[in-house]
Design a protein around this ligand. Structure first.
Ligand code: PLP
Length: 430
């Protein structure tokens, strides 16, 4: 798929736009940020995050709903701070994420703890801090959580993650609600698991949850999953176990490459119509969006190091790599890549594979892109706010990138660039 030499509209990113021929995030020139802070550099728009959150808030107006940002999408402290200050709770999957939320000022009572492999130490840490709910993923985990709670003299609020066996129609690696996935409790085992949970002394059943996958661009899988979950709520409550809240997970997709997911408010208007029709519209609702809150709020700036023409392929070698932007290597994912300051159409553009310096053939960021570039130019990898920095690694002893949060005309450095020394600071010689 080729992209134009000078792009007209960037996908779904009103706060990231060309002005007078150069790319800006809100009121800040990206070329200035690259010059001052170097590259690779992640830049996020606070206004874009709050506007994405606003769509959910509009969708839930007049309802009892808690939005828990799934922080795995981007767990940088200042990003968490933006959502905490906007009233969000958090969906966490590790003790490390719990520590981050607390460091960013998140409210423990609004934290839900997901994940198939919580350790006893993580359970104890979360119980003692008083999190809102454990989203439990197996009957074995119920037993362990009850033991940990009893020995701490506490009761753990629990919701069971149901696997509704619904196809979210997304990449297999980010599909989580099908029978063959490791997540959740099988639909047919759910009632038994709830009876089990209700019988354990250390647990208090408070909810039910599901999450069927990520980068979902259609409404139907959500409607199908909702039907299946509501059927279960009916069965569980008929068995005498009250369900206080219903959590429908996250998963809403973003526009990477002409994708057309529904807007969050439009999606929820349809889902709430179904909830109302089935008599559950006034229940306490929870959701766990990640990607849709941050994905299109961020870009990654990278400098062109070398152009390497070849017989079969031309390569544009940049200073960002798969350790900074792992999604293409992991899921063959697409990110638009555009010049920060497009050159006038003087010379001929070329088709390039955009690749990084890491010693892997899988280290590519974009394939077959039409670009007019020279060494030294800065490119912006778009839609890089979610599942990029939070998945970044030190492979090839590459320090992780710096991060900037833009708020209007202000650019805040929210993470310093990691030095080589930082990458081996915890190691020692024998
Ligand atoms: N909730 C759970 C349990 C998840 O596993 C995930 C992501 O995998 C999310 C929420 C967030 O998903 P997304 O970023 O697609 O909204």
């Amino acid at each position: 798929m080729n992209t134009p030499v000078v792009p007209h509209a960037l996908p779904g990113q009103p706060h990231i736009a060309y002005q007078n021929g150069t790319l800006m995030v809100e009121g800040v020139h990206l070329s200035d940020l690259a010059r001052v802070h170097g590259t690779p550099l992640f830049v996020y728009s606070k206004a874009a995050m709050l506007s994405a959150l606003g769509a959910y808030q509009r969708g839930f107006a007049g309802r009892q709903a808690q939005i828990c940002y799934a922080m795995k999408a981007n767990s940088s402290l200042a990003v968490l701070q933006v959502f905490a200050e906007a009233g969000c709770g958090f969906d966490i999957v590790s003790g490390g994420e719990l520590a981050r939320v607390l460091a960013a000022g998140g409210d423990p009572a609004k934290i839900i703890f997901s994940g198939v492999g919580k350790t006893r130490a993580e359970m104890k840490q979360a119980l003692q801090i008083g999190i809102g709910c454990f989203n439990v993923e197996s009957e074995a985990e119920l037993d362990v959580l009850s033991q940990v709670a009893v020995s701490a003299g506490l009761q753990a609020p629990v919701s069971l993650r149901v696997n509704p066996n619904v196809d979210p129609k997304t990449h297999p690696y980010i599909s989580t609600g099908l029978k063959g996935n490791k997540f959740g409790i099988a639909h047919e085992d759910t009632l038994r698991a709830y009876r089990h949970a209700a019988s354990l002394p250390g647990l208090k059943v408070v909810g039910i949850d599901c999450h069927i996958g990520s980068q979902i661009t259609e409404t139907t899988p959500y409607l199908d999953a909702m039907d299946r979950v509501l059927d279960l709520v009916g069965e569980i409550e008929s068995a005498g176990i009250p369900i206080h809240h219903i959590d429908f997970g996250g998963g809403l997709g973003i526009n990477y490459n002409g994708d057309t997911p529904p807007e969050a408010d439009a999606l929820w208007s349809q889902l709430l119509t179904k909830l109302d029709a089935r008599g559950y519209g006034q229940r306490q609702l929870m959701i766990e969006p990640g990607r849709s809150l941050v994905g299109n709020a961020g870009v990654c700036l990278t400098e062109v190091l070398y152009l390497k023409p070849g017989e079969q392929k031309n390569f544009c070698i940049v200073d960002a790599a798969m350790n900074d932007l792992p999604r293409p290597a992991m899921y063959q994912a697409f990110h638009q890549i555009v010049p920060v300051s497009p050159r006038p159409n003087a010379g001929a553009s070329q088709v390039y594979d955009i690749v990084g310096p890491v010693c892997e053939s899988g280290d590519w960021i974009g394939r077959d892109r039409q670009l007019l570039v020279q060494a030294g130019d800065t490119l912006a990898v778009l839609s890089a706010g979610a599942y990029c920095m939070s998945m970044a690694s030190n492979y090839n002893t590459r320090g992780r990138a710096a991060e900037i949060l833009v708020d209007g005309t202000q650019a805040h450095l929210i993470r310093q660039r990691e030095s080589a020394f930082d990458t081996f600071a915890l190691e020692q010689l024998v």
